[in-house]
Design a protein around this ligand. Structure first.
Ligand code: GLC
Length: 453
Protein backbone atom coordinates (compact mmCIF):
# COMPACT_ATOMS: atom_id res chain seq x y z
CA UNK A 1 0.00 0.00 0.00
CA UNK A 2 1.17 3.51 -0.70
CA UNK A 3 0.26 6.95 0.47
CA UNK A 4 -2.50 6.33 2.94
CA UNK A 5 -1.39 9.51 4.58
CA UNK A 6 0.44 11.33 1.89
CA UNK A 7 -2.31 11.50 -0.58
CA UNK A 8 -2.32 11.82 -4.27
CA UNK A 9 0.99 10.50 -5.56
CA UNK A 10 0.91 8.21 -8.56
CA UNK A 11 -1.45 6.76 -10.99
CA UNK A 12 -4.93 8.26 -10.90
CA UNK A 13 -6.27 9.13 -14.24
CA UNK A 14 -6.60 12.87 -14.67
CA UNK A 15 -5.49 16.13 -13.15
CA UNK A 16 -7.85 18.59 -11.51
CA UNK A 17 -9.10 20.58 -14.43
CA UNK A 18 -8.02 24.14 -14.82
CA UNK A 19 -11.45 25.66 -15.16
CA UNK A 20 -12.09 29.28 -16.00
CA UNK A 21 -14.31 31.33 -13.75
CA UNK A 22 -17.03 31.35 -16.37
CA UNK A 23 -17.16 27.57 -16.56
CA UNK A 24 -19.22 27.10 -13.43
CA UNK A 25 -21.71 24.81 -15.09
CA UNK A 26 -19.27 22.88 -17.14
CA UNK A 27 -17.74 20.62 -14.53
CA UNK A 28 -18.26 17.36 -16.26
CA UNK A 29 -17.91 18.54 -19.81
CA UNK A 30 -14.81 20.59 -19.03
CA UNK A 31 -13.22 17.69 -17.22
CA UNK A 32 -14.79 14.82 -18.99
CA UNK A 33 -12.71 14.35 -22.09
CA UNK A 34 -10.55 11.64 -20.52
CA UNK A 35 -12.25 8.42 -19.60
CA UNK A 36 -11.41 7.19 -16.11
CA UNK A 37 -9.62 3.90 -16.35
CA UNK A 38 -11.09 0.61 -15.29
CA UNK A 39 -14.73 1.58 -14.95
CA UNK A 40 -16.19 0.13 -18.12
CA UNK A 41 -16.90 -3.22 -16.53
CA UNK A 42 -18.37 -1.69 -13.39
CA UNK A 43 -20.69 0.50 -15.44
CA UNK A 44 -21.77 -2.32 -17.71
CA UNK A 45 -22.32 -4.76 -14.87
CA UNK A 46 -24.20 -2.17 -12.86
CA UNK A 47 -26.40 -1.35 -15.80
CA UNK A 48 -27.23 -4.98 -16.37
CA UNK A 49 -28.09 -5.80 -12.77
CA UNK A 50 -29.64 -2.59 -11.52
CA UNK A 51 -33.25 -2.50 -10.31
CA UNK A 52 -35.58 0.44 -9.47
CA UNK A 53 -33.28 2.78 -11.35
CA UNK A 54 -35.84 5.46 -11.97
CA UNK A 55 -36.31 6.30 -8.28
CA UNK A 56 -32.82 7.10 -7.09
CA UNK A 57 -30.28 9.75 -7.97
CA UNK A 58 -28.63 9.52 -11.37
CA UNK A 59 -26.13 11.22 -13.65
CA UNK A 60 -22.40 11.82 -13.47
CA UNK A 61 -20.36 13.26 -10.62
CA UNK A 62 -16.68 14.04 -10.31
CA UNK A 63 -14.62 12.93 -7.32
CA UNK A 64 -11.17 14.18 -6.29
CA UNK A 65 -9.89 11.72 -3.71
CA UNK A 66 -6.65 10.68 -2.11
CA UNK A 67 -4.67 7.92 -3.66
CA UNK A 68 -4.09 4.96 -1.40
CA UNK A 69 -2.62 2.03 -3.22
CA UNK A 70 -1.87 -1.63 -2.78
CA UNK A 71 1.08 -2.54 -4.94
CA UNK A 72 1.42 -0.69 -8.21
CA UNK A 73 -2.10 -0.78 -9.53
CA UNK A 74 -4.93 -1.18 -7.06
CA UNK A 75 -6.19 2.14 -5.79
CA UNK A 76 -8.75 2.75 -3.08
CA UNK A 77 -10.65 5.39 -5.06
CA UNK A 78 -11.06 3.09 -8.04
CA UNK A 79 -12.23 0.24 -5.78
CA UNK A 80 -14.76 2.48 -4.06
CA UNK A 81 -16.09 3.77 -7.36
CA UNK A 82 -16.39 0.24 -8.70
CA UNK A 83 -18.41 -0.81 -5.63
CA UNK A 84 -20.51 2.35 -5.71
CA UNK A 85 -21.36 2.10 -9.40
CA UNK A 86 -22.40 -1.51 -8.93
CA UNK A 87 -24.75 -0.43 -6.11
CA UNK A 88 -25.96 2.71 -7.93
CA UNK A 89 -26.06 1.78 -11.62
CA UNK A 90 -27.55 5.13 -12.63
CA UNK A 91 -24.65 7.17 -11.29
CA UNK A 92 -21.22 7.43 -12.92
CA UNK A 93 -18.29 8.74 -10.91
CA UNK A 94 -15.39 10.32 -12.76
CA UNK A 95 -12.09 10.35 -10.90
CA UNK A 96 -10.03 13.54 -10.75
CA UNK A 97 -6.37 13.34 -9.76
CA UNK A 98 -5.20 15.30 -6.71
CA UNK A 99 -1.77 16.76 -5.89
CA UNK A 100 0.37 15.00 -3.32
CA UNK A 101 0.35 17.08 -0.17
CA UNK A 102 -2.40 18.54 1.92
CA UNK A 103 -1.35 22.20 1.47
CA UNK A 104 -1.26 21.90 -2.34
CA UNK A 105 -4.57 20.06 -2.45
CA UNK A 106 -6.09 22.84 -0.35
CA UNK A 107 -4.83 25.63 -2.59
CA UNK A 108 -5.87 23.83 -5.78
CA UNK A 109 -9.39 23.22 -4.49
CA UNK A 110 -9.62 26.76 -3.13
CA UNK A 111 -8.82 28.20 -6.56
CA UNK A 112 -11.23 25.93 -8.39
CA UNK A 113 -14.17 26.16 -6.01
CA UNK A 114 -13.84 29.93 -5.61
CA UNK A 115 -14.03 30.14 -9.40
CA UNK A 116 -17.40 28.38 -9.30
CA UNK A 117 -16.09 24.99 -10.40
CA UNK A 118 -14.23 22.03 -8.85
CA UNK A 119 -15.16 18.37 -8.28
CA UNK A 120 -18.63 17.52 -6.89
CA UNK A 121 -17.10 15.54 -4.02
CA UNK A 122 -13.56 15.82 -2.71
CA UNK A 123 -11.58 14.25 0.07
CA UNK A 124 -10.22 16.89 2.38
CA UNK A 125 -8.05 17.07 5.47
CA UNK A 126 -9.75 16.87 8.87
CA UNK A 127 -8.31 20.31 9.70
CA UNK A 128 -10.28 22.08 6.98
CA UNK A 129 -13.92 22.30 8.17
CA UNK A 130 -13.70 25.72 9.86
CA UNK A 131 -11.72 27.35 7.10
CA UNK A 132 -13.66 25.76 4.23
CA UNK A 133 -17.02 26.48 5.85
CA UNK A 134 -16.18 30.12 6.54
CA UNK A 135 -14.87 30.60 3.00
CA UNK A 136 -17.85 28.89 1.34
CA UNK A 137 -15.66 26.13 -0.08
CA UNK A 138 -17.76 23.32 1.39
CA UNK A 139 -21.52 22.83 1.64
CA UNK A 140 -23.01 21.78 5.00
CA UNK A 141 -23.60 18.03 4.84
CA UNK A 142 -25.98 18.34 7.77
CA UNK A 143 -28.41 20.14 5.44
CA UNK A 144 -28.76 16.83 3.56
CA UNK A 145 -27.97 14.04 6.03
CA UNK A 146 -29.73 13.25 9.30
CA UNK A 147 -28.44 12.95 12.86
CA UNK A 148 -28.86 9.19 12.54
CA UNK A 149 -26.22 9.20 9.83
CA UNK A 150 -23.78 11.30 11.88
CA UNK A 151 -24.36 9.04 14.90
CA UNK A 152 -22.74 6.14 13.02
CA UNK A 153 -19.28 7.72 13.45
CA UNK A 154 -16.88 7.08 16.34
CA UNK A 155 -17.13 9.63 19.18
CA UNK A 156 -15.47 13.00 18.59
CA UNK A 157 -15.12 12.76 14.84
CA UNK A 158 -18.25 14.69 13.94
CA UNK A 159 -17.42 17.35 16.52
CA UNK A 160 -14.17 17.97 14.66
CA UNK A 161 -16.05 18.23 11.36
CA UNK A 162 -18.53 20.78 12.71
CA UNK A 163 -18.35 24.54 12.35
CA UNK A 164 -20.96 26.87 13.82
CA UNK A 165 -23.41 24.04 14.37
CA UNK A 166 -23.22 22.46 10.90
CA UNK A 167 -21.26 19.42 9.77
CA UNK A 168 -19.02 20.00 6.75
CA UNK A 169 -17.14 16.74 6.36
CA UNK A 170 -17.97 13.05 6.55
CA UNK A 171 -14.92 11.44 8.20
CA UNK A 172 -13.45 8.86 5.79
CA UNK A 173 -10.39 7.52 7.60
CA UNK A 174 -8.30 8.50 10.59
CA UNK A 175 -4.55 8.78 10.95
CA UNK A 176 -2.39 9.13 14.07
CA UNK A 177 1.29 9.88 14.47
CA UNK A 178 3.21 6.73 15.42
CA UNK A 179 6.69 5.41 16.02
CA UNK A 180 7.61 2.78 13.42
CA UNK A 181 10.59 0.70 14.54
CA UNK A 182 12.82 -2.05 13.19
CA UNK A 183 11.94 -4.92 15.53
CA UNK A 184 14.73 -7.09 14.08
CA UNK A 185 17.45 -4.52 14.84
CA UNK A 186 16.20 -3.79 18.35
CA UNK A 187 16.20 -7.50 19.07
CA UNK A 188 19.69 -7.97 17.65
CA UNK A 189 20.99 -5.28 20.01
CA UNK A 190 18.95 -6.43 23.00
CA UNK A 191 17.04 -3.13 23.10
CA UNK A 192 13.45 -2.37 24.09
CA UNK A 193 11.11 -0.23 21.99
CA UNK A 194 11.96 3.29 23.22
CA UNK A 195 9.39 5.05 25.35
CA UNK A 196 11.44 8.20 25.83
CA UNK A 197 13.39 10.45 23.48
CA UNK A 198 16.60 9.72 25.36
CA UNK A 199 16.09 5.99 24.85
CA UNK A 200 15.39 6.59 21.17
CA UNK A 201 18.56 8.66 20.77
CA UNK A 202 20.63 6.02 22.51
CA UNK A 203 19.19 3.12 20.51
CA UNK A 204 19.63 5.06 17.26
CA UNK A 205 23.25 5.81 17.96
CA UNK A 206 24.02 2.24 19.04
CA UNK A 207 22.50 0.66 15.95
CA UNK A 208 23.93 3.21 13.50
CA UNK A 209 27.42 2.93 15.10
CA UNK A 210 27.25 -0.86 14.60
CA UNK A 211 26.66 -0.26 10.89
CA UNK A 212 23.19 -1.84 10.90
CA UNK A 213 21.40 1.23 9.55
CA UNK A 214 22.41 4.52 7.99
CA UNK A 215 20.08 6.70 10.05
CA UNK A 216 18.48 6.49 13.47
CA UNK A 217 15.19 8.41 13.49
CA UNK A 218 13.51 10.01 10.46
CA UNK A 219 10.52 12.34 10.77
CA UNK A 220 8.77 15.28 9.10
CA UNK A 221 10.25 18.71 9.84
CA UNK A 222 9.80 20.38 6.44
CA UNK A 223 8.02 23.70 6.19
CA UNK A 224 4.45 22.44 5.59
CA UNK A 225 1.41 21.12 7.45
CA UNK A 226 3.11 17.84 8.36
CA UNK A 227 5.84 19.85 10.11
CA UNK A 228 3.15 21.35 12.31
CA UNK A 229 1.97 17.82 13.16
CA UNK A 230 5.43 16.75 14.36
CA UNK A 231 5.86 20.02 16.25
CA UNK A 232 2.55 19.94 18.14
CA UNK A 233 3.41 16.45 19.38
CA UNK A 234 6.58 17.80 21.01
CA UNK A 235 4.79 20.92 22.25
CA UNK A 236 2.26 18.70 24.04
CA UNK A 237 5.10 16.60 25.39
CA UNK A 238 6.87 19.58 27.00
CA UNK A 239 3.47 20.86 28.24
CA UNK A 240 3.47 23.94 26.02
CA UNK A 241 0.18 25.32 24.75
CA UNK A 242 -0.24 26.82 21.29
CA UNK A 243 -3.34 28.86 22.18
CA UNK A 244 -4.92 30.12 25.38
CA UNK A 245 -8.06 28.42 26.67
CA UNK A 246 -10.35 30.84 24.87
CA UNK A 247 -8.52 30.08 21.64
CA UNK A 248 -8.15 33.76 20.82
CA UNK A 249 -4.46 34.37 21.55
CA UNK A 250 -1.14 32.58 21.46
CA UNK A 251 0.28 30.92 24.58
CA UNK A 252 3.30 29.63 22.76
CA UNK A 253 5.95 32.08 23.93
CA UNK A 254 6.99 30.19 27.04
CA UNK A 255 9.85 28.13 28.44
CA UNK A 256 7.83 25.00 27.54
CA UNK A 257 7.48 26.15 23.93
CA UNK A 258 11.22 26.75 23.62
CA UNK A 259 11.90 23.36 25.25
CA UNK A 260 9.83 21.61 22.55
CA UNK A 261 11.86 23.15 19.75
CA UNK A 262 15.12 22.50 21.57
CA UNK A 263 14.06 18.87 21.89
CA UNK A 264 13.35 18.66 18.15
CA UNK A 265 16.78 20.13 17.41
CA UNK A 266 18.40 17.77 19.89
CA UNK A 267 17.19 14.84 17.81
CA UNK A 268 19.45 16.11 15.02
CA UNK A 269 22.28 17.48 17.19
CA UNK A 270 22.58 14.14 19.01
CA UNK A 271 23.16 12.38 15.69
CA UNK A 272 19.94 10.34 15.98
CA UNK A 273 18.29 12.15 13.04
CA UNK A 274 19.83 13.42 9.81
CA UNK A 275 19.85 17.23 9.32
CA UNK A 276 17.85 16.57 6.15
CA UNK A 277 14.68 15.99 8.24
CA UNK A 278 14.18 19.75 7.78
CA UNK A 279 13.27 18.89 4.17
CA UNK A 280 11.29 15.71 4.88
CA UNK A 281 7.60 15.25 4.29
CA UNK A 282 5.90 11.86 4.78
CA UNK A 283 7.26 10.28 1.61
CA UNK A 284 10.95 11.10 2.23
CA UNK A 285 10.78 9.50 5.67
CA UNK A 286 8.85 6.51 4.31
CA UNK A 287 11.28 5.93 1.46
CA UNK A 288 14.25 5.76 3.84
CA UNK A 289 12.50 3.57 6.35
CA UNK A 290 10.95 1.19 3.81
CA UNK A 291 14.33 1.12 2.06
CA UNK A 292 15.88 -0.30 5.24
CA UNK A 293 18.00 2.80 5.93
CA UNK A 294 16.47 4.00 9.18
CA UNK A 295 15.85 2.34 12.54
CA UNK A 296 12.92 4.53 13.56
CA UNK A 297 10.36 6.67 11.76
CA UNK A 298 7.61 9.03 12.86
CA UNK A 299 4.73 8.68 10.46
CA UNK A 300 0.98 8.20 10.13
CA UNK A 301 -0.40 4.82 11.08
CA UNK A 302 -1.98 4.75 7.64
CA UNK A 303 1.47 4.11 6.16
CA UNK A 304 1.66 0.70 7.83
CA UNK A 305 0.47 -0.94 4.62
CA UNK A 306 3.20 0.76 2.56
CA UNK A 307 5.87 -0.44 4.93
CA UNK A 308 4.46 -3.98 4.67
CA UNK A 309 4.05 -3.89 0.89
CA UNK A 310 6.24 -6.56 -0.74
CA UNK A 311 6.48 -4.49 -3.90
CA UNK A 312 7.83 -1.32 -2.37
CA UNK A 313 9.41 -2.21 0.98
CA UNK A 314 12.58 -4.01 2.00
CA UNK A 315 11.50 -4.30 5.63
CA UNK A 316 8.34 -6.39 5.36
CA UNK A 317 7.94 -8.50 8.49
CA UNK A 318 10.73 -6.66 10.34
CA UNK A 319 8.75 -3.72 11.60
CA UNK A 320 6.71 -2.84 14.66
CA UNK A 321 4.51 0.16 15.44
CA UNK A 322 4.21 1.87 18.82
CA UNK A 323 2.96 5.06 20.46
CA UNK A 324 5.29 8.05 20.09
CA UNK A 325 8.06 8.41 22.69
CA UNK A 326 8.02 11.34 25.08
CA UNK A 327 10.18 13.21 27.57
CA UNK A 328 9.18 11.00 30.53
CA UNK A 329 7.43 8.04 28.93
CA UNK A 330 4.90 7.68 26.12
CA UNK A 331 4.49 10.97 24.29
CA UNK A 332 1.79 12.45 22.05
CA UNK A 333 0.33 11.56 18.65
CA UNK A 334 -1.18 14.18 16.38
CA UNK A 335 -4.62 13.23 15.18
CA UNK A 336 -5.00 13.34 11.42
CA UNK A 337 -7.29 11.96 8.82
CA UNK A 338 -9.43 12.79 5.83
CA UNK A 339 -13.11 13.32 5.19
CA UNK A 340 -15.46 13.72 2.24
CA UNK A 341 -16.70 17.18 1.40
CA UNK A 342 -19.48 18.42 -0.88
CA UNK A 343 -18.66 21.22 -3.30
CA UNK A 344 -21.25 24.01 -3.01
CA UNK A 345 -21.06 24.32 -6.83
CA UNK A 346 -22.24 20.75 -7.35
CA UNK A 347 -25.15 20.44 -9.74
CA UNK A 348 -25.89 16.88 -8.72
CA UNK A 349 -26.13 17.01 -4.96
CA UNK A 350 -28.30 13.89 -4.67
CA UNK A 351 -25.74 11.72 -6.43
CA UNK A 352 -22.88 13.38 -4.55
CA UNK A 353 -24.55 12.70 -1.20
CA UNK A 354 -25.25 9.10 -2.22
CA UNK A 355 -21.54 8.68 -2.93
CA UNK A 356 -20.51 10.23 0.40
CA UNK A 357 -22.96 7.99 2.26
CA UNK A 358 -21.69 4.94 0.43
CA UNK A 359 -18.00 5.61 1.16
CA UNK A 360 -18.85 5.91 4.85
CA UNK A 361 -21.06 2.81 4.92
CA UNK A 362 -20.01 -0.23 6.96
CA UNK A 363 -19.47 -2.19 3.74
CA UNK A 364 -17.10 0.35 2.17
CA UNK A 365 -15.29 1.05 5.44
CA UNK A 366 -14.64 -2.65 5.99
CA UNK A 367 -13.25 -2.89 2.47
CA UNK A 368 -10.86 0.05 3.03
CA UNK A 369 -9.80 -1.37 6.42
CA UNK A 370 -9.15 -4.90 5.22
CA UNK A 371 -7.77 -4.23 1.74
CA UNK A 372 -5.95 -0.92 2.36
CA UNK A 373 -5.23 -1.05 6.13
CA UNK A 374 -7.05 2.27 6.59
CA UNK A 375 -8.57 3.04 9.99
CA UNK A 376 -12.35 3.20 9.74
CA UNK A 377 -14.35 6.13 11.07
CA UNK A 378 -17.70 4.42 11.59
CA UNK A 379 -18.15 2.52 14.83
CA UNK A 380 -19.62 -0.57 13.17
CA UNK A 381 -16.51 -1.12 11.03
CA UNK A 382 -14.12 -0.13 13.82
CA UNK A 383 -15.62 -2.78 16.07
CA UNK A 384 -15.62 -5.48 13.41
CA UNK A 385 -12.89 -8.04 14.13
CA UNK A 386 -12.09 -8.24 10.40
CA UNK A 387 -10.94 -4.59 10.46
CA UNK A 388 -8.65 -5.04 13.44
CA UNK A 389 -7.13 -8.24 12.10
CA UNK A 390 -5.45 -6.43 9.25
CA UNK A 391 -4.59 -3.38 11.27
CA UNK A 392 -1.82 -3.54 13.92
CA UNK A 393 -2.26 0.22 14.10
CA UNK A 394 -5.68 -0.25 15.65
CA UNK A 395 -4.20 -2.57 18.27
CA UNK A 396 -1.84 0.17 19.52
CA UNK A 397 -4.59 2.80 19.78
CA UNK A 398 -5.54 2.23 23.44
CA UNK A 399 -2.05 3.31 24.59
CA UNK A 400 -1.84 6.40 22.41
CA UNK A 401 -2.10 9.92 23.87
CA UNK A 402 -3.71 12.16 21.29
CA UNK A 403 -3.16 15.84 20.57
CA UNK A 404 -5.23 17.86 18.11
CA UNK A 405 -4.04 20.78 16.07
CA UNK A 406 -5.85 24.04 16.91
CA UNK A 407 -7.87 23.86 13.69
CA UNK A 408 -11.21 25.07 14.95
CA UNK A 409 -10.72 28.52 13.46
CA UNK A 410 -11.01 29.77 9.90
CA UNK A 411 -7.50 31.23 10.20
CA UNK A 412 -5.94 27.87 11.03
CA UNK A 413 -3.81 27.89 7.82
CA UNK A 414 -2.05 31.05 9.05
CA UNK A 415 -1.68 29.63 12.58
CA UNK A 416 -0.14 26.47 11.18
CA UNK A 417 2.11 28.40 8.82
CA UNK A 418 3.44 30.37 11.79
CA UNK A 419 4.23 27.08 13.51
CA UNK A 420 5.85 25.22 10.64
CA UNK A 421 7.86 28.06 9.09
CA UNK A 422 9.42 29.07 12.41
CA UNK A 423 9.96 25.46 13.53
CA UNK A 424 11.70 24.84 10.22
CA UNK A 425 13.86 27.97 10.53
CA UNK A 426 15.11 26.72 13.90
CA UNK A 427 15.73 23.25 12.48
CA UNK A 428 17.84 24.62 9.64
CA UNK A 429 19.77 26.70 12.19
CA UNK A 430 18.86 30.09 10.76
CA UNK A 431 17.31 31.23 14.08
CA UNK A 432 17.50 30.06 17.67
CA UNK A 433 14.60 28.05 19.12
CA UNK A 434 13.80 30.97 21.45
CA UNK A 435 13.60 33.47 18.58
CA UNK A 436 11.59 31.03 16.47
CA UNK A 437 9.05 30.56 19.26
CA UNK A 438 8.75 34.30 19.79
CA UNK A 439 8.19 34.93 16.06
CA UNK A 440 5.67 32.08 15.76
CA UNK A 441 3.77 33.41 18.76
CA UNK A 442 3.55 36.93 17.32
CA UNK A 443 2.43 35.63 13.93
CA UNK A 444 -0.26 33.49 15.56
CA UNK A 445 -1.55 36.53 17.44
CA UNK A 446 -1.64 38.52 14.21
CA UNK A 447 -3.54 35.72 12.47
CA UNK A 448 -6.06 35.39 15.31
CA UNK A 449 -6.63 39.13 15.56
CA UNK A 450 -7.97 39.01 12.01
CA UNK A 451 -10.15 35.96 12.66
CA UNK A 452 -13.26 37.80 13.75
CA UNK A 453 -13.13 40.51 11.09
C1 GLC B 1 -1.86 13.24 6.85
C2 GLC B 1 -2.97 13.48 7.88
C3 GLC B 1 -3.45 14.89 7.79
C4 GLC B 1 -2.29 15.84 7.94
C5 GLC B 1 -1.23 15.56 6.90
C6 GLC B 1 0.02 16.43 7.12
O1 GLC B 1 -2.39 13.29 5.56
O2 GLC B 1 -4.03 12.57 7.66
O3 GLC B 1 -4.46 15.15 8.76
O4 GLC B 1 -2.70 17.19 7.86
O5 GLC B 1 -0.84 14.21 6.95
O6 GLC B 1 0.96 16.20 6.14
Amino acid sequence: MKNASNPGRSHTTRVLCAVAASAALALVSACGSDTPSGDATGGATGGATGGNAAKGPSGTITYAGNTVQVGATIDVGDRLIEMFEAAYPDIKVERVEVPNDTDTIRSTLTTEISAGAGPDVYSGDMIWPAQFAAAGLAAPLSDYLSDDYFDTFAPGLIEGATYQGKVYSAPWYTDNGHLFYRADLLEKHGLEVPKTWDELIEASNTIVAAGDAKYGYVFQAASYEGGTCSFVELLADTKAKVLNDAGDASSLDSAEGVAALELMKKLVDSGASPAAVSTFQESEATNLFAGGEAVFMRNWGGLWGTVQDEESSKVVGKVGIAPMPGVDGIGYSSTGGWGLYLNPNSENVDAAIAFIEFVTSTEAQLMTATEFAMIPTVTSARNDPAAAENNPVMAVAPDVKFISRPANTPVYPAVSEALYTNMNAAMTGSVTPADAIKAASQQIDTALSGAGL
